[in-house]
Design a protein around this ligand. Structure first.
Ligand SMILES: NC(=O)c1ccc[n+]([C@@H]2O[C@H](COP(=O)([O-])OP(=O)(O)OC[C@H]3O[C@@H](n4cnc5c(N)ncnc54)[C@H](O)[C@@H]3O)[C@@H](O)[C@H]2O)c1
Length: 312
């Protein structure tokens, strides 16, 4: 199979690329290195990497014309600065619609997208959140622009799967609490935690399911979730354990920030019905693998999608 992966040097895209290459597929990656790294993918005879932006319409059309992908895994995204609306819309809306439009023109058979759980708003009306929950992305530039891209995919008539995700973690994860805890602990700084809970999944578990989606399983929206969330304090404890820090560095418990969400837990029942049973990797293994990566390559910025206190 020929698969075009946008953002293929990022966390999710690079794991999907590796698995596709392993089974003999041909892969073209387009990535502008905003949050990805060239060393996330090793050279391979079936891999071509284009370092450029999906916002360049002509480049996208030329690449589709030349490569003629059968499936597209659209993982490129801008989110580094919550106030950088220009780059969020340029990549997530203009770039995103360039990809959707080219996929439609060149008859792509399967289109895989990744949506943020923030599309349900900062105060979801139910826990776990079901796929019937209305989209309400107004709380962040990231969610607004990601949702616009998802709506264009729906509008296009392409056969698509959109995986709505809470927190995908593991090696090459550069955003969210895991790299922040690691970096602060490494620098000997105090961490803070809130009483919030999150639904963490291991990136390789998602990547395996993305391959099934490329092959034809599923249509429409899915929650990729184990169906259970954990306290942020549990994640913190796992990071301390994986780093082998002794004595235990107590984290400071703070109130939730104004744009922080108490719990994000996604209802995965449709995913299990259509994709079958998924063997989710434990949080211990997930964190251990991530820490091993940070110890070798560093964390690259520790971004957050929201304007929360963790960055201070
Ligand atoms: N990781 C999560 O917890 C999570 C949660 C919800 C949704 N998602 C979605 O999953 C997808 C992949 O996320 P990820 O965790 O791998 O993030 P990531 O930052 O590791 O990967 C994104 C990649 O896109 C690239 N990129 C950014 N702008 C680009 C542009 N204009 N042109 C080409 N490439 C560009 C970056 O350099 C990076 O390699 C994104 O759509 C993201 O919104 C991820």
């Amino acid at each position: 199979m020929k698969v075009l992966i946008t953002g293929g040097l990022g966390q999710i895209g690079s794991h999907v690329a590796e698995m596709l290459l392993e089974r003999g597929d041909r892969v073209v990656v387009i990535d502008n290195l905003a949050t990805g790294r060239e060393n996330h993918l090793s050279a391979h005879p079936n891999l071509r990497v284009i370092i450029d932006t999906i916002a360049d319409r002509q480049l996208i059309l030329d690449t589709f014309e030349e490569f003629r992908p059968e499936a597209v895994v659209h993982a490129a995204v801008s989110y580094k600065d919550p106030d950088d609306w220009y780059n969020d819309t340029l990549t997530n809306c203009v770039g995103g619609t360039n990809i959707v439009d080219a996929a439609k023109r060149f008859g792509v058979k399967r289109f895989i997208y990744f949506q943020t759980a923030l599309c349900y708003g900062l105060k979801p009306m139910e826990q776990p959140i079901t796929l019937n929950h209305p989209r309400n992305p107004g709380g962040s530039s990231y969610a607004i622009s990601k949702t616009a891209n998802e709506l264009y995919i729906e509008l296009s008539g392409i056969d698509y799967v959109t995986f709505r995700l809470a927190n995908v973690v593991g090696p090459r994860n550069v955003a969210g609490p895991l790299p922040i805890f690691y970096q602060r602990l490494k620098d000997g700084k105090k961490c803070f935690i809130t009483k919030s809970r999150r639904d963490f999944v291991f990136v390789n578990d998602l990547a395996k399911t993305v391959l099934d989606a490329c092959d034809g399983t599923g249509h429409g929206a899915y929650h990729f979730s184990s169906g259970s969330d954990i306290d942020i304090s549990t994640l913190y404890d796992e990071v301390v354990k994986a780093m082998g820090i002794n004595p235990y560095p107590q984290a400071e418990l703070r109130d939730l920030g104004p744009d922080d969400v108490f719990s994000i837990l996604l209802d995965p029942s449709r995913t299990f019905a259509d994709f079958g049973k998924i063997d989710f990797t434990s949080i211990e293994t997930t964190v251990t693998e991530a820490i091993r990566y940070y110890q070798k390559y560093g964390t690259l910025g520790e971004y957050t999608h929201l304007r929360i206190e963790e960055k201070k």
